[in-house]
Ligand binder design. Structure first.
Ligand SMILES: *[C@@H]1O[C@H](CO)[C@@H](O)[C@H](O)[C@H]1NC(C)=O
Ligand SMILES: *[C@@H]1O[C@H](CO)[C@@H](O)[C@H](O)[C@H]1NC(C)=O
Ligand SMILES: *[C@@H]1O[C@H](CO)[C@@H](O)[C@H](O)[C@H]1NC(C)=O
Ligand SMILES: *[C@@H]1O[C@H](CO)[C@@H](O)[C@H](O)[C@H]1NC(C)=O
Ligand SMILES: *[C@@H]1O[C@H](CO)[C@@H](O)[C@H](O)[C@H]1NC(C)=O
Ligand SMILES: *[C@@H]1O[C@H](CO)[C@@H](O)[C@H](O)[C@H]1NC(C)=O
Length: 350
């Protein structure tokens, strides 16, 4: 209800400093720290939020990060007030490491990484509600990424994929197993990581938002469905294909042409992430000063969202909207590799 004034947005959340590990390593935004807050028990984002109706149909879907998206004046369940800079992130990965178990990449498609709630200024928090910690391999393993942070205990209970079944969401599960593919871990564990590390930091996926009729894990299913919805509106493979940029182990591409193709498709500039060796560490780049990386791996699409994230209505914005970078790939013409997938690592899905 509108009367749920959600003051002190940050009071119970540990803001972190430091970088994330592994695949999120490339994130270059600053992470906020507030050491006075470390050690506080984590609960929902807005303590005291009532579980009475949050009838979002009756609320104006203000744009996140606008001056109207003020947690002291709106229902935080109906307007995203915490993680208002929404990043739909995708991978180009050429193997899964679990091929022998049938975990394969989708042919002619990039895969889902996640749907991340950054603060409007580009910094972010993680593992915001340890009551909803389902990640069997927390990374980082403390909320602020530092040894003195609140530990994020590894989950050893029911696999998150099981949460979808009581809701009859088997079609969603099937879609996720086609397009939300993990590398070096089972898909379900990766989904759990994305939910607990990131989705718990949205105001609109807070448990209270689901009201008195809340069914356990409802918001988990809702988050997965929302993430899939964003992914379906972002056909990276097709946008590149339209400009004759297709996976190739014999031709390198220029970052500028990849950027131009995605910018045209998306309508704004995404962040383009590369891994692999720096160009000047490769044979071709010996003596060059270009230390950008050479293997195309990720694309992050930035949005502001109208109302709750679940509505799927968003404004597409440039990835450098708050001063962030547009990527870390090599800029030398022809220096970026969009590799063909390893034999046996992909399957037809369409
Ligand atoms: C919301 O719940 C309150 C009682 O908690 C009720 O009076 C009101 O009619 C409800 N509003 C809607 C739109 O359902
Ligand atoms: C970014 O926004 C968050 C949340 O409003 C705030 O806590 C943090 O201090 C801000 N960081 C910077 C660098 O302004
Ligand atoms: C986190 O991981 C580090 C490095 O593996 C380890 O030394 C530390 O004990 C772990 N901390 C917690 C709280 O699990
Ligand atoms: C599972 O996790 C709980 C809570 O962290 C812990 O108390 C328990 O010992 C764990 N069980 C196993 C078998 O690791
Ligand atoms: C690559 O270029 C950077 C400067 O952009 C330089 O600092 C570094 O030493 C170079 N590395 C190699 C291996 O040449
Ligand atoms: C393409 O090259 C990458 C990187 O060397 C390799 O891992 C992959 O298996 C190759 N794909 C094919 C189809 O040869």
């Amino acid at each position: 209800m509108p009367g749920d004034k959600c003051h002190c947005a940050l009071s119970s959340v540990c803001l972190v400093t430091n970088t994330q590990e592994n695949l999120d390593k490339m994130r270059s935004t600053t992470i906020v720290t507030s050491s006075a807050l470390t050690g506080t028990a984590l609960a929902g984002l807005y303590p005291g939020l009532s579980p009475l109706n949050h009838t979002c149909a009756l609320q104006t879907p203000y744009l996140s990060c606008s001056s109207s998206a003020d947690p002291s004046t709106v229902d935080t369940c109906c307007v995203e007030t915490f993680g208002g800079l929404v990043l739909a992130t995708q991978f180009w990965q050429i193997y899964t490491g679990y091929e022998s178990q049938g975990q394969l990449n989708p042919k002619d498609s990039w895969t889902i990484h996640g749907l991340w709630p950054d603060f409007c200024n580009g910094s972010y928090t993680q593992y915001c509600d340890l009551k909803r910690q389902y990640d069997p391999l927390p990374s980082p393993n403390t909320t602020n990424s530092k040894p003195d942070g609140t530990p994020v205990p590894a989950w050893n209970g029911t696999k998150i994929q099981e949460f979808l079944k009581p809701f009859g969401k088997l079609d969603l599960l099937a879609f996720m197993n086609k397009f939300w593919i993990a590398q070096n871990q089972p898909n379900s564990d990766f989904w759990a990581h994305e939910f607990s590390k990131h989705a718990t930091c949205y105001s609109s996926f807070d448990v209270e938002c689901y009201g008195l009729e809340y069914r356990e894990h409802e918001e988990v299913v809702d988050f997965f469905e929302t993430t899939v919805g964003y992914h379906q509106s972002l056909p990276t493979w097709g946008w590149l294909r339209a400009k004759n940029i297709v996976p190739s182990n014999s031709t390198g591409y220029s970052l500028s042409s990849i950027q131009a193709a995605l910018r045209e498709g998306f309508g704004a500039k995404p962040y383009i992430g590369c891994s692999g060796p720096a160009y000047n560490e490769t044979k071709a780049g010996k003596g060059s000063l270009d230390k950008g990386r050479t293997v195309l791996t990720e694309v992050w699409y930035y949005h502001h969202v109208f109302g709750r994230v679940q509505r799927g209505q968003a404004l597409r914005i440039d990835a450098d909207v708050v001063g962030g970078s547009l990527g870390n790939c090599a800029t030398t013409p022809g220096a970026v590799w969009y590799y063909e997938r390893t034999k046996g690592s992909e399957r037809e899905v369409y």
